[in-house]
Ligand binder design. Structure first.
Ligand SMILES: [Zn+2]
Ligand SMILES: [Zn+2]
Length: 161
């Protein structure tokens, strides 16, 4: 019976993954592209959360959307991406879905990898003192007003727009 007792007392290892299905997407699949740009020092750490990180911020990334429900497509320069950094170059990103204007479904973003890598590595390098701050730090692409009502990042109050 001890075995079961141990299981009861196991730490809640899944608590980090409490991202809302369909509304938040882990950026792990983009880590390969980050490493290609930055070199191998940054480690993707899926357990990282806002609470356990030393630095956190949101970045606006270029992305494309195609609704799985009604096939409506749109483009944004303002995809809300959360970035967390902890000790020893560990980082994590969370991509926030946007809602379709046609049917209100939450749609997974198709990230512009080049833009993502540039902004994420840029922020990490700045935070870890690998580069000096430059002005202007990031290009501000104008793609029309941000649809705050349909941005999941805005809905939970973490979008910087
Ligand atoms: Zn739709
Ligand atoms: Zn937003």
């Amino acid at each position: 019976m001890t075995r079961y007792r141990n299981m009861d007392h196991r730490p809640a290892t899944t608590s980090w993954a409490r991202s809302t299905p369909g509304m938040e997407y882990d950026g792990f699949y983009l880590h390969t592209a980050v490493v290609q740009e930055s070199g191998p020092h940054y480690k993707y750490y899926k357990q990282l959360s806002r609470a356990s990180s030393n630095r956190n911020a949101t970045r606006q990334i270029v992305a494309h959307f195609r609704c799985h429900n009604c096939s409506h497509t749109w483009h944004t320069g303002q995809l809300c991406v959360q970035l967390f950094l902890a000790s020893n170059d560990r980082y994590r990103t969370i991509l926030h879905a946007q809602q379709c204007q046609g049917c209100e479904a939450y749609v997974e973003p198709q990230v512009d990898e080049e833009n993502y890598v540039k902004k994420i590595v840029g922020a990490l390098d700045l935070w870890t003192n690998r580069r000096e701050r430059q002005e202007p730090m990031f290009d501000r692409k104008t793609t029309g007003p941000h649809d705050e009502e349909r941005c999941h990042g805005c809905q939970i109050g973490i979008c910087s727009r």
